[in-house]
Design a protein. Structure first.
Length: 593
Protein backbone atom coordinates (compact mmCIF):
# COMPACT_ATOMS: atom_id res chain seq x y z
CA UNK A 1 0.00 0.00 0.00
CA UNK A 2 2.83 2.40 0.78
CA UNK A 3 4.40 1.69 -2.61
CA UNK A 4 1.12 2.36 -4.45
CA UNK A 5 0.62 5.71 -2.67
CA UNK A 6 4.18 6.73 -3.50
CA UNK A 7 3.67 5.87 -7.20
CA UNK A 8 0.42 7.86 -7.31
CA UNK A 9 2.08 10.96 -5.87
CA UNK A 10 4.99 10.59 -8.28
CA UNK A 11 2.57 10.25 -11.22
CA UNK A 12 0.66 13.41 -10.22
CA UNK A 13 3.86 15.37 -9.71
CA UNK A 14 5.30 14.22 -13.04
CA UNK A 15 2.37 14.10 -15.46
CA UNK A 16 -0.16 16.50 -13.82
CA UNK A 17 1.28 19.77 -15.16
CA UNK A 18 1.67 18.27 -18.62
CA UNK A 19 -1.96 17.08 -18.65
CA UNK A 20 -3.23 20.50 -17.50
CA UNK A 21 -1.17 22.22 -20.20
CA UNK A 22 -2.50 19.84 -22.84
CA UNK A 23 -6.12 20.42 -21.81
CA UNK A 24 -5.64 24.21 -21.87
CA UNK A 25 -4.76 24.01 -25.56
CA UNK A 26 -7.89 22.00 -26.41
CA UNK A 27 -10.90 23.85 -27.83
CA UNK A 28 -14.04 22.24 -29.24
CA UNK A 29 -17.78 22.76 -29.45
CA UNK A 30 -19.72 20.11 -27.61
CA UNK A 31 -23.33 19.37 -26.61
CA UNK A 32 -23.11 21.81 -23.67
CA UNK A 33 -21.42 24.54 -25.73
CA UNK A 34 -17.84 25.71 -26.30
CA UNK A 35 -15.16 23.92 -24.25
CA UNK A 36 -12.06 25.93 -23.33
CA UNK A 37 -10.02 26.14 -20.10
CA UNK A 38 -8.59 29.50 -19.07
CA UNK A 39 -6.72 29.77 -15.75
CA UNK A 40 -7.84 26.25 -14.88
CA UNK A 41 -11.50 27.26 -15.23
CA UNK A 42 -14.02 26.63 -17.97
CA UNK A 43 -14.49 29.67 -20.16
CA UNK A 44 -17.89 31.37 -20.08
CA UNK A 45 -20.19 28.96 -21.84
CA UNK A 46 -23.76 29.27 -22.98
CA UNK A 47 -26.18 26.50 -21.98
CA UNK A 48 -29.40 25.94 -23.91
CA UNK A 49 -32.76 25.56 -22.16
CA UNK A 50 -34.61 22.87 -24.11
CA UNK A 51 -38.34 22.08 -24.08
CA UNK A 52 -38.65 18.35 -24.85
CA UNK A 53 -41.93 17.33 -26.53
CA UNK A 54 -41.91 13.62 -27.22
CA UNK A 55 -39.03 13.09 -29.66
CA UNK A 56 -38.80 16.77 -30.56
CA UNK A 57 -36.72 19.54 -28.96
CA UNK A 58 -37.40 23.27 -28.78
CA UNK A 59 -34.82 25.80 -27.60
CA UNK A 60 -36.70 28.32 -25.45
CA UNK A 61 -33.76 30.09 -23.79
CA UNK A 62 -30.12 30.20 -22.81
CA UNK A 63 -28.10 30.47 -19.62
CA UNK A 64 -24.72 32.17 -19.24
CA UNK A 65 -22.72 32.85 -16.08
CA UNK A 66 -22.67 36.56 -16.83
CA UNK A 67 -26.25 37.18 -18.06
CA UNK A 68 -28.20 34.38 -16.43
CA UNK A 69 -31.38 33.28 -18.19
CA UNK A 70 -31.96 34.76 -21.65
CA UNK A 71 -35.07 34.39 -23.77
CA UNK A 72 -34.31 32.60 -27.00
CA UNK A 73 -36.46 34.95 -29.10
CA UNK A 74 -35.95 38.36 -27.49
CA UNK A 75 -32.39 37.76 -26.23
CA UNK A 76 -33.41 39.63 -23.04
CA UNK A 77 -32.47 38.56 -19.53
CA UNK A 78 -35.45 37.06 -17.68
CA UNK A 79 -36.06 35.79 -14.17
CA UNK A 80 -37.69 32.73 -12.74
CA UNK A 81 -40.14 35.08 -11.03
CA UNK A 82 -41.06 36.79 -14.30
CA UNK A 83 -42.22 35.47 -17.66
CA UNK A 84 -40.51 32.26 -18.58
CA UNK A 85 -38.34 32.18 -21.65
CA UNK A 86 -40.84 31.34 -24.32
CA UNK A 87 -44.11 29.45 -24.66
CA UNK A 88 -43.61 26.08 -23.00
CA UNK A 89 -45.53 23.20 -24.51
CA UNK A 90 -46.76 20.83 -21.75
CA UNK A 91 -47.91 17.23 -22.24
CA UNK A 92 -51.11 17.18 -24.24
CA UNK A 93 -49.93 20.12 -26.41
CA UNK A 94 -51.23 22.57 -23.78
CA UNK A 95 -49.84 25.96 -22.86
CA UNK A 96 -51.50 25.85 -19.34
CA UNK A 97 -49.28 24.84 -16.44
CA UNK A 98 -50.77 21.66 -14.94
CA UNK A 99 -51.62 21.50 -11.19
CA UNK A 100 -50.26 18.02 -10.78
CA UNK A 101 -52.49 15.07 -10.04
CA UNK A 102 -56.02 15.84 -11.19
CA UNK A 103 -59.14 13.74 -11.14
CA UNK A 104 -60.71 13.89 -14.61
CA UNK A 105 -64.20 15.38 -14.57
CA UNK A 106 -65.40 12.62 -16.82
CA UNK A 107 -63.96 9.89 -14.60
CA UNK A 108 -64.38 8.83 -11.00
CA UNK A 109 -65.32 11.56 -8.55
CA UNK A 110 -64.66 11.59 -4.84
CA UNK A 111 -67.76 10.42 -3.01
CA UNK A 112 -68.41 12.46 0.13
CA UNK A 113 -70.94 11.35 2.72
CA UNK A 114 -72.88 14.04 4.55
CA UNK A 115 -75.07 13.37 7.62
CA UNK A 116 -78.71 14.39 7.46
CA UNK A 117 -79.43 16.31 10.66
CA UNK A 118 -82.73 17.41 12.16
CA UNK A 119 -81.24 20.06 14.37
CA UNK A 120 -78.19 22.32 14.56
CA UNK A 121 -78.52 23.13 10.86
CA UNK A 122 -75.82 25.78 11.12
CA UNK A 123 -73.24 23.00 10.87
CA UNK A 124 -74.80 20.83 8.13
CA UNK A 125 -78.08 21.38 6.30
CA UNK A 126 -79.52 19.48 3.33
CA UNK A 127 -81.59 21.59 0.93
CA UNK A 128 -83.61 20.45 -2.10
CA UNK A 129 -84.51 22.90 -4.84
CA UNK A 130 -88.24 22.50 -5.51
CA UNK A 131 -87.87 23.52 -9.16
CA UNK A 132 -84.83 21.54 -10.28
CA UNK A 133 -85.19 18.86 -7.58
CA UNK A 134 -81.43 19.11 -6.96
CA UNK A 135 -80.25 18.36 -3.42
CA UNK A 136 -77.29 20.33 -2.09
CA UNK A 137 -75.41 20.47 1.18
CA UNK A 138 -74.72 23.74 2.98
CA UNK A 139 -73.49 24.73 6.41
CA UNK A 140 -70.44 25.66 8.41
CA UNK A 141 -68.73 22.27 7.96
CA UNK A 142 -69.37 22.23 4.20
CA UNK A 143 -67.92 25.72 3.73
CA UNK A 144 -64.79 24.78 5.70
CA UNK A 145 -64.35 21.63 3.59
CA UNK A 146 -64.78 23.41 0.26
CA UNK A 147 -62.45 26.23 1.35
CA UNK A 148 -59.82 23.59 2.21
CA UNK A 149 -60.25 21.96 -1.23
CA UNK A 150 -59.39 25.27 -2.91
CA UNK A 151 -56.07 25.32 -1.02
CA UNK A 152 -54.99 21.94 -2.42
CA UNK A 153 -52.29 21.88 -5.14
CA UNK A 154 -54.55 19.69 -7.28
CA UNK A 155 -58.18 19.68 -8.29
CA UNK A 156 -60.73 17.63 -6.36
CA UNK A 157 -64.39 17.48 -7.32
CA UNK A 158 -66.61 16.28 -4.44
CA UNK A 159 -69.82 14.44 -5.17
CA UNK A 160 -72.01 14.68 -2.07
CA UNK A 161 -74.22 11.87 -0.90
CA UNK A 162 -76.61 12.09 2.02
CA UNK A 163 -77.04 9.52 4.73
CA UNK A 164 -79.09 9.57 7.93
CA UNK A 165 -76.68 8.59 10.72
CA UNK A 166 -79.41 6.77 12.60
CA UNK A 167 -78.89 6.43 16.31
CA UNK A 168 -75.14 7.07 16.15
CA UNK A 169 -72.59 8.81 13.96
CA UNK A 170 -70.42 5.69 14.27
CA UNK A 171 -72.51 4.05 11.54
CA UNK A 172 -71.65 6.80 9.08
CA UNK A 173 -67.96 6.65 9.93
CA UNK A 174 -67.94 2.87 9.57
CA UNK A 175 -69.32 3.21 6.03
CA UNK A 176 -66.02 4.90 5.07
CA UNK A 177 -64.20 1.86 6.38
CA UNK A 178 -66.44 -0.38 4.25
CA UNK A 179 -65.69 1.69 1.13
CA UNK A 180 -69.10 3.25 0.57
CA UNK A 181 -67.68 6.76 0.90
CA UNK A 182 -64.32 8.26 0.02
CA UNK A 183 -64.78 10.79 2.82
CA UNK A 184 -67.34 11.91 5.39
CA UNK A 185 -67.84 15.64 5.93
CA UNK A 186 -69.91 17.19 8.70
CA UNK A 187 -70.04 17.63 12.44
CA UNK A 188 -68.12 14.39 13.05
CA UNK A 189 -66.37 14.20 16.42
CA UNK A 190 -62.85 12.78 16.48
CA UNK A 191 -62.76 9.91 18.99
CA UNK A 192 -60.29 7.13 19.66
CA UNK A 193 -62.81 4.41 18.80
CA UNK A 194 -63.58 5.92 15.38
CA UNK A 195 -59.88 6.43 14.68
CA UNK A 196 -59.44 2.65 14.62
CA UNK A 197 -61.35 2.48 11.32
CA UNK A 198 -60.65 5.82 9.58
CA UNK A 199 -58.13 8.65 9.54
CA UNK A 200 -59.26 12.09 10.66
CA UNK A 201 -57.99 15.45 9.56
CA UNK A 202 -57.00 18.15 12.02
CA UNK A 203 -60.03 19.53 13.90
CA UNK A 204 -61.65 22.70 12.61
CA UNK A 205 -63.63 23.50 15.80
CA UNK A 206 -63.01 23.83 19.51
CA UNK A 207 -62.64 20.65 21.52
CA UNK A 208 -64.19 19.40 24.73
CA UNK A 209 -67.52 18.50 26.31
CA UNK A 210 -69.26 20.91 28.64
CA UNK A 211 -72.73 21.64 29.99
CA UNK A 212 -75.21 24.50 30.02
CA UNK A 213 -77.52 25.30 32.91
CA UNK A 214 -80.11 28.00 33.56
CA UNK A 215 -78.87 31.12 35.31
CA UNK A 216 -80.51 33.01 38.14
CA UNK A 217 -80.14 36.62 39.17
CA UNK A 218 -78.53 36.74 42.62
CA UNK A 219 -77.99 40.48 42.62
CA UNK A 220 -78.55 41.95 46.09
CA UNK A 221 -80.51 38.88 47.23
CA UNK A 222 -77.89 37.33 49.48
CA UNK A 223 -77.72 38.74 53.02
CA UNK A 224 -74.16 37.39 53.43
CA UNK A 225 -72.78 38.75 50.19
CA UNK A 226 -70.31 40.90 52.13
CA UNK A 227 -68.41 37.73 53.07
CA UNK A 228 -67.94 36.55 49.46
CA UNK A 229 -65.07 38.84 48.38
CA UNK A 230 -62.68 36.94 50.68
CA UNK A 231 -62.25 33.23 51.06
CA UNK A 232 -62.48 31.56 54.48
CA UNK A 233 -58.71 31.15 54.81
CA UNK A 234 -58.17 34.86 54.13
CA UNK A 235 -60.73 35.86 56.80
CA UNK A 236 -59.09 33.58 59.37
CA UNK A 237 -55.56 34.71 58.50
CA UNK A 238 -56.49 38.39 58.69
CA UNK A 239 -58.20 37.90 62.06
CA UNK A 240 -55.16 36.09 63.46
CA UNK A 241 -52.89 38.91 62.34
CA UNK A 242 -55.15 41.48 64.01
CA UNK A 243 -54.76 39.60 67.29
CA UNK A 244 -50.99 39.22 66.74
CA UNK A 245 -50.48 42.93 66.06
CA UNK A 246 -52.53 43.88 69.13
CA UNK A 247 -50.46 41.54 71.30
CA UNK A 248 -47.15 42.87 69.97
CA UNK A 249 -48.14 46.54 70.36
CA UNK A 250 -49.39 45.96 73.92
CA UNK A 251 -46.09 44.20 74.70
CA UNK A 252 -44.11 47.23 73.58
CA UNK A 253 -46.37 49.86 75.17
CA UNK A 254 -47.53 48.58 78.54
CA UNK A 255 -44.34 49.69 80.38
CA UNK A 256 -44.23 53.19 78.90
CA UNK A 257 -47.86 54.01 78.05
CA UNK A 258 -50.64 54.36 80.63
CA UNK A 259 -53.28 53.70 77.92
CA UNK A 260 -52.18 50.07 77.82
CA UNK A 261 -52.12 49.52 81.59
CA UNK A 262 -54.83 48.54 84.01
CA UNK A 263 -56.68 45.38 85.05
CA UNK A 264 -56.38 42.30 82.79
CA UNK A 265 -59.86 42.69 81.29
CA UNK A 266 -59.12 46.33 80.52
CA UNK A 267 -55.84 45.43 78.82
CA UNK A 268 -57.51 42.72 76.72
CA UNK A 269 -60.24 45.10 75.59
CA UNK A 270 -57.73 47.83 74.77
CA UNK A 271 -55.56 45.42 72.82
CA UNK A 272 -58.44 44.02 70.74
CA UNK A 273 -60.02 47.43 70.17
CA UNK A 274 -56.71 48.94 69.09
CA UNK A 275 -55.84 46.18 66.60
CA UNK A 276 -59.25 46.03 64.93
CA UNK A 277 -59.69 49.81 64.84
CA UNK A 278 -56.63 49.99 62.55
CA UNK A 279 -58.89 48.50 59.88
CA UNK A 280 -60.60 51.90 59.55
CA UNK A 281 -57.59 53.86 60.85
CA UNK A 282 -59.56 55.04 63.89
CA UNK A 283 -57.40 53.76 66.77
CA UNK A 284 -57.71 56.18 69.71
CA UNK A 285 -54.71 55.04 71.73
CA UNK A 286 -51.39 56.68 70.94
CA UNK A 287 -48.21 54.65 70.65
CA UNK A 288 -45.01 56.10 72.10
CA UNK A 289 -42.52 53.29 71.58
CA UNK A 290 -40.50 53.41 68.38
CA UNK A 291 -40.79 49.65 67.92
CA UNK A 292 -44.57 49.85 68.27
CA UNK A 293 -44.70 52.70 65.78
CA UNK A 294 -42.69 50.65 63.28
CA UNK A 295 -45.05 47.66 63.59
CA UNK A 296 -48.18 49.85 63.37
CA UNK A 297 -46.93 51.66 60.23
CA UNK A 298 -46.23 48.36 58.45
CA UNK A 299 -49.57 46.89 59.54
CA UNK A 300 -51.49 50.01 58.42
CA UNK A 301 -50.00 49.59 54.94
CA UNK A 302 -51.13 45.95 54.87
CA UNK A 303 -54.60 46.93 56.08
CA UNK A 304 -54.82 49.62 53.39
CA UNK A 305 -54.17 47.10 50.62
CA UNK A 306 -56.59 44.58 52.14
CA UNK A 307 -59.43 47.07 52.53
CA UNK A 308 -59.03 48.47 49.02
CA UNK A 309 -59.01 44.96 47.52
CA UNK A 310 -62.06 44.00 49.56
CA UNK A 311 -63.95 47.09 48.39
CA UNK A 312 -63.13 46.47 44.74
CA UNK A 313 -64.12 42.80 44.86
CA UNK A 314 -67.33 43.50 46.77
CA UNK A 315 -68.29 46.04 44.11
CA UNK A 316 -67.71 43.37 41.47
CA UNK A 317 -69.95 40.91 43.30
CA UNK A 318 -72.75 43.46 43.67
CA UNK A 319 -72.69 44.75 40.10
CA UNK A 320 -70.98 42.59 37.47
CA UNK A 321 -71.53 39.08 38.76
CA UNK A 322 -75.27 39.17 39.12
CA UNK A 323 -76.02 36.06 37.03
CA UNK A 324 -75.04 32.75 38.61
CA UNK A 325 -75.47 29.19 37.29
CA UNK A 326 -77.99 27.06 39.11
CA UNK A 327 -75.58 24.09 39.39
CA UNK A 328 -71.93 23.36 38.59
CA UNK A 329 -71.32 19.96 40.19
CA UNK A 330 -72.21 16.73 38.40
CA UNK A 331 -72.33 14.87 41.70
CA UNK A 332 -75.17 17.10 42.88
CA UNK A 333 -77.17 16.32 39.74
CA UNK A 334 -76.84 12.57 40.34
CA UNK A 335 -77.53 12.67 44.09
CA UNK A 336 -80.60 14.90 43.72
CA UNK A 337 -82.03 12.80 40.91
CA UNK A 338 -81.99 15.69 38.42
CA UNK A 339 -82.59 14.83 34.77
CA UNK A 340 -79.98 15.89 32.22
CA UNK A 341 -80.09 16.13 28.44
CA UNK A 342 -77.78 15.04 25.62
CA UNK A 343 -77.90 15.38 21.84
CA UNK A 344 -79.40 12.34 20.22
CA UNK A 345 -77.02 10.22 18.17
CA UNK A 346 -73.77 11.45 19.76
CA UNK A 347 -71.23 9.76 22.00
CA UNK A 348 -72.21 12.02 24.93
CA UNK A 349 -74.77 9.40 25.96
CA UNK A 350 -71.99 6.87 26.65
CA UNK A 351 -70.05 9.54 28.56
CA UNK A 352 -73.02 10.23 30.85
CA UNK A 353 -73.53 6.53 31.44
CA UNK A 354 -69.86 6.28 32.47
CA UNK A 355 -70.54 9.06 34.99
CA UNK A 356 -73.13 6.75 36.65
CA UNK A 357 -76.19 8.65 35.50
CA UNK A 358 -79.23 6.33 35.65
CA UNK A 359 -81.06 5.66 32.40
CA UNK A 360 -84.16 7.36 33.78
CA UNK A 361 -82.29 10.66 34.24
CA UNK A 362 -81.11 10.91 30.59
CA UNK A 363 -83.30 12.68 28.03
CA UNK A 364 -82.29 13.26 24.38
CA UNK A 365 -82.84 16.39 22.32
CA UNK A 366 -82.33 16.94 18.63
CA UNK A 367 -82.09 20.70 18.25
CA UNK A 368 -81.45 23.92 20.12
CA UNK A 369 -85.18 24.55 20.34
CA UNK A 370 -85.82 21.17 21.99
CA UNK A 371 -82.98 21.77 24.44
CA UNK A 372 -84.42 25.18 25.35
CA UNK A 373 -87.85 23.65 25.90
CA UNK A 374 -86.50 20.94 28.24
CA UNK A 375 -84.36 23.39 30.23
CA UNK A 376 -87.28 25.80 30.61
CA UNK A 377 -89.49 23.08 32.09
CA UNK A 378 -86.99 21.78 34.62
CA UNK A 379 -86.94 18.36 36.24
CA UNK A 380 -90.17 18.98 38.14
CA UNK A 381 -92.07 19.34 34.84
CA UNK A 382 -90.39 16.42 33.05
CA UNK A 383 -87.64 18.60 31.70
CA UNK A 384 -83.93 18.71 32.47
CA UNK A 385 -81.72 20.65 34.87
CA UNK A 386 -78.61 20.67 32.63
CA UNK A 387 -77.63 19.77 29.07
CA UNK A 388 -74.36 18.05 28.15
CA UNK A 389 -72.88 18.35 24.68
CA UNK A 390 -69.78 19.36 22.78
CA UNK A 391 -68.59 22.95 23.04
CA UNK A 392 -69.51 24.03 19.44
CA UNK A 393 -73.14 22.92 19.92
CA UNK A 394 -73.44 24.52 23.35
CA UNK A 395 -72.02 27.81 22.11
CA UNK A 396 -74.63 27.80 19.39
CA UNK A 397 -77.39 27.33 22.01
CA UNK A 398 -76.00 29.95 24.40
CA UNK A 399 -75.56 32.48 21.59
CA UNK A 400 -79.24 32.07 20.69
CA UNK A 401 -80.55 32.12 24.29
CA UNK A 402 -77.80 34.13 25.98
CA UNK A 403 -80.00 35.68 28.66
CA UNK A 404 -81.30 32.33 29.92
CA UNK A 405 -78.37 29.92 30.04
CA UNK A 406 -74.67 29.82 30.82
CA UNK A 407 -72.03 27.31 29.78
CA UNK A 408 -69.99 26.06 32.73
CA UNK A 409 -67.24 23.49 33.02
CA UNK A 410 -68.66 20.46 34.83
CA UNK A 411 -66.91 19.31 37.98
CA UNK A 412 -67.13 15.93 39.69
CA UNK A 413 -65.76 16.18 43.23
CA UNK A 414 -65.35 12.69 44.56
CA UNK A 415 -62.39 10.70 45.83
CA UNK A 416 -60.49 8.62 43.30
CA UNK A 417 -62.54 9.59 40.24
CA UNK A 418 -61.89 12.35 37.77
CA UNK A 419 -63.77 11.91 34.47
CA UNK A 420 -62.40 13.35 31.26
CA UNK A 421 -64.55 15.82 29.33
CA UNK A 422 -61.91 16.27 26.63
CA UNK A 423 -62.47 15.52 22.94
CA UNK A 424 -60.55 16.41 19.80
CA UNK A 425 -63.29 18.49 18.16
CA UNK A 426 -64.89 18.09 14.70
CA UNK A 427 -62.92 16.71 11.76
CA UNK A 428 -63.32 15.10 8.32
CA UNK A 429 -62.99 11.31 7.98
CA UNK A 430 -61.01 9.58 5.19
CA UNK A 431 -60.05 5.96 4.64
CA UNK A 432 -56.94 4.63 6.31
CA UNK A 433 -53.68 5.77 4.69
CA UNK A 434 -55.47 8.11 2.31
CA UNK A 435 -53.04 10.70 0.81
CA UNK A 436 -55.76 13.34 1.06
CA UNK A 437 -55.83 13.26 4.88
CA UNK A 438 -52.54 15.10 5.28
CA UNK A 439 -53.27 17.50 2.40
CA UNK A 440 -56.69 18.44 3.77
CA UNK A 441 -55.22 18.89 7.28
CA UNK A 442 -52.64 21.35 5.99
CA UNK A 443 -55.33 23.12 4.00
CA UNK A 444 -57.52 23.42 7.11
CA UNK A 445 -54.65 25.13 8.91
CA UNK A 446 -54.41 27.69 6.10
CA UNK A 447 -58.14 28.33 6.19
CA UNK A 448 -58.41 28.67 9.98
CA UNK A 449 -55.50 31.12 10.07
CA UNK A 450 -56.89 33.33 7.31
CA UNK A 451 -59.59 36.00 7.19
CA UNK A 452 -61.87 33.57 5.38
CA UNK A 453 -62.46 31.71 8.65
CA UNK A 454 -63.99 34.83 10.24
CA UNK A 455 -66.23 35.34 7.22
CA UNK A 456 -67.50 31.75 7.43
CA UNK A 457 -68.17 32.02 11.18
CA UNK A 458 -70.04 35.30 10.79
CA UNK A 459 -72.06 33.82 7.94
CA UNK A 460 -73.40 30.85 9.90
CA UNK A 461 -73.32 32.04 13.51
CA UNK A 462 -73.66 35.82 13.07
CA UNK A 463 -70.90 36.39 15.62
CA UNK A 464 -70.64 40.14 14.96
CA UNK A 465 -74.26 40.88 15.90
CA UNK A 466 -74.26 38.43 18.80
CA UNK A 467 -71.18 40.06 20.29
CA UNK A 468 -73.10 43.32 20.74
CA UNK A 469 -76.53 41.91 21.61
CA UNK A 470 -75.40 39.09 23.87
CA UNK A 471 -72.45 39.42 26.26
CA UNK A 472 -70.08 36.48 26.44
CA UNK A 473 -70.84 34.36 29.48
CA UNK A 474 -67.99 32.01 30.05
CA UNK A 475 -67.12 29.99 33.08
CA UNK A 476 -64.57 32.46 34.38
CA UNK A 477 -67.13 35.28 34.63
CA UNK A 478 -69.65 33.21 36.51
CA UNK A 479 -67.34 31.25 38.73
CA UNK A 480 -66.30 32.33 42.20
CA UNK A 481 -63.66 35.04 42.12
CA UNK A 482 -62.90 35.24 45.81
CA UNK A 483 -59.57 36.56 47.03
CA UNK A 484 -57.51 34.04 48.99
CA UNK A 485 -54.36 34.05 51.10
CA UNK A 486 -52.30 33.22 48.02
CA UNK A 487 -53.11 36.69 46.67
CA UNK A 488 -51.66 38.47 49.74
CA UNK A 489 -49.13 36.07 51.23
CA UNK A 490 -46.38 38.60 50.48
CA UNK A 491 -48.11 41.27 52.57
CA UNK A 492 -48.64 38.90 55.47
CA UNK A 493 -45.02 37.83 55.23
CA UNK A 494 -43.87 41.45 55.49
CA UNK A 495 -46.12 42.11 58.50
CA UNK A 496 -45.02 38.92 60.24
CA UNK A 497 -41.32 39.50 59.67
CA UNK A 498 -41.61 43.12 60.87
CA UNK A 499 -43.46 42.05 64.03
CA UNK A 500 -41.04 39.27 64.97
CA UNK A 501 -38.03 41.43 64.16
CA UNK A 502 -39.29 44.21 66.43
CA UNK A 503 -40.12 41.64 69.13
CA UNK A 504 -36.61 40.21 68.93
CA UNK A 505 -35.06 43.69 69.29
CA UNK A 506 -37.34 44.46 72.27
CA UNK A 507 -36.47 41.25 74.11
CA UNK A 508 -32.75 41.71 73.43
CA UNK A 509 -32.78 45.28 74.75
CA UNK A 510 -34.79 44.30 77.84
CA UNK A 511 -32.46 41.44 78.73
CA UNK A 512 -29.41 43.62 78.18
CA UNK A 513 -30.86 46.37 80.37
CA UNK A 514 -31.58 43.94 83.24
CA UNK A 515 -28.64 41.63 82.75
CA UNK A 516 -27.56 42.24 86.35
CA UNK A 517 -30.69 40.41 87.53
CA UNK A 518 -29.78 37.26 85.63
CA UNK A 519 -26.05 37.47 86.20
CA UNK A 520 -26.14 38.40 89.91
CA UNK A 521 -24.32 36.08 92.28
CA UNK A 522 -27.04 36.28 94.88
CA UNK A 523 -28.52 33.04 95.98
CA UNK A 524 -31.61 32.02 94.12
CA UNK A 525 -32.68 29.61 91.44
CA UNK A 526 -33.16 30.40 87.76
CA UNK A 527 -36.90 30.27 88.29
CA UNK A 528 -36.68 33.06 90.91
CA UNK A 529 -34.58 35.18 88.61
CA UNK A 530 -37.13 34.71 85.82
CA UNK A 531 -39.96 35.62 88.14
CA UNK A 532 -38.04 38.73 89.13
CA UNK A 533 -37.61 39.64 85.47
CA UNK A 534 -41.29 39.08 84.82
CA UNK A 535 -42.19 41.30 87.78
CA UNK A 536 -39.91 44.06 86.45
CA UNK A 537 -41.38 43.60 82.98
CA UNK A 538 -44.91 44.07 84.32
CA UNK A 539 -44.04 47.30 86.15
CA UNK A 540 -43.89 50.79 84.75
CA UNK A 541 -40.65 52.04 83.33
CA UNK A 542 -40.21 55.13 85.52
CA UNK A 543 -37.21 56.22 83.49
CA UNK A 544 -39.35 56.57 80.38
CA UNK A 545 -39.65 60.12 79.08
CA UNK A 546 -43.44 59.85 79.08
CA UNK A 547 -43.63 59.38 82.87
CA UNK A 548 -40.92 61.95 83.54
CA UNK A 549 -42.75 64.65 81.64
CA UNK A 550 -46.01 63.87 83.43
CA UNK A 551 -44.31 63.91 86.81
CA UNK A 552 -42.63 67.26 86.21
CA UNK A 553 -45.86 68.70 84.93
CA UNK A 554 -47.87 67.61 87.96
CA UNK A 555 -45.27 68.63 90.55
CA UNK A 556 -44.62 72.02 89.03
CA UNK A 557 -48.29 72.83 88.75
CA UNK A 558 -48.92 76.53 89.55
CA UNK A 559 -49.62 77.35 93.27
CA UNK A 560 -50.47 80.89 94.15
CA UNK A 561 -48.00 82.15 96.79
CA UNK A 562 -50.62 84.34 98.44
CA UNK A 563 -52.95 81.43 99.01
CA UNK A 564 -52.72 80.30 102.65
CA UNK A 565 -52.07 76.66 103.30
CA UNK A 566 -54.80 74.73 105.03
CA UNK A 567 -54.18 74.10 108.69
CA UNK A 568 -54.61 70.34 108.29
CA UNK A 569 -52.04 70.03 105.48
CA UNK A 570 -48.58 69.08 106.63
CA UNK A 571 -45.57 69.33 104.38
CA UNK A 572 -42.87 66.88 105.20
CA UNK A 573 -39.48 66.84 103.53
CA UNK A 574 -38.61 64.00 101.15
CA UNK A 575 -35.94 61.54 102.12
CA UNK A 576 -32.60 62.17 100.48
CA UNK A 577 -32.57 58.66 99.12
CA UNK A 578 -35.83 59.19 97.21
CA UNK A 579 -36.08 61.43 94.19
CA UNK A 580 -38.99 63.69 93.43
CA UNK A 581 -40.14 61.59 90.49
CA UNK A 582 -40.10 58.37 92.51
CA UNK A 583 -42.13 59.96 95.32
CA UNK A 584 -44.65 61.19 92.80
CA UNK A 585 -45.00 57.75 91.25
CA UNK A 586 -45.47 56.08 94.64
CA UNK A 587 -48.19 58.51 95.60
CA UNK A 588 -49.85 58.20 92.20
CA UNK A 589 -49.86 54.43 92.32
CA UNK A 590 -51.32 54.59 95.81
CA UNK A 591 -54.25 56.62 94.53
CA UNK A 592 -54.45 55.07 91.00
CA UNK A 593 -53.11 51.56 91.13
Amino acid sequence: MAVEKTNTKTYRRTYGPHLLEALSDVEFKGLAGDFKLINRQLESSTFEIINVIGDEERIIGFWTPSSGLVNAKSNKTTSFLGKRFGPVIWPGNSNVVPKGWEIPTSGKKIKVGVPVNKGFLNFVEIKTDPISNVTTATGYAIDIFEAALKELPYSVIPQYGFEAPGDNYNNLVYQVYEGKWDAVVGDITITSNRSRYVDFTLPYTESGVSMIVPVRDNKNKNAWVFLKPWSLDLWITTGCFFVLIGFVVRLFEHRVNTDFRGPPHHQIGTRVCFSFSTMVFAHREKVVSNLARFVVVVWCFVVLVLTQSYTANLTSFLTVQSLQPTVTNVKDLISKGESVGYQEGTFVYDLLRDLNFPESQLKPFGSAEECDDLLSKGTSKRGIAAAFDEVPYLKDIVSEYCSKYAMVEPSFKTAGFKPSFKTAGFGFAFPKNSPMTGDISRAILKVTQSKEMSLIENKWFNRLNLASDCPDQDTADLSSNRLSVSSFWGLFLIAGVASFLALFVFVALFLYEHRHTLCSNSEGSIWRKLKSLFRIFDEKDIRSHTFKSNAVHNVSSPITPCTPSPSNVQIRPLPRSMSLNREFELRREHVYP
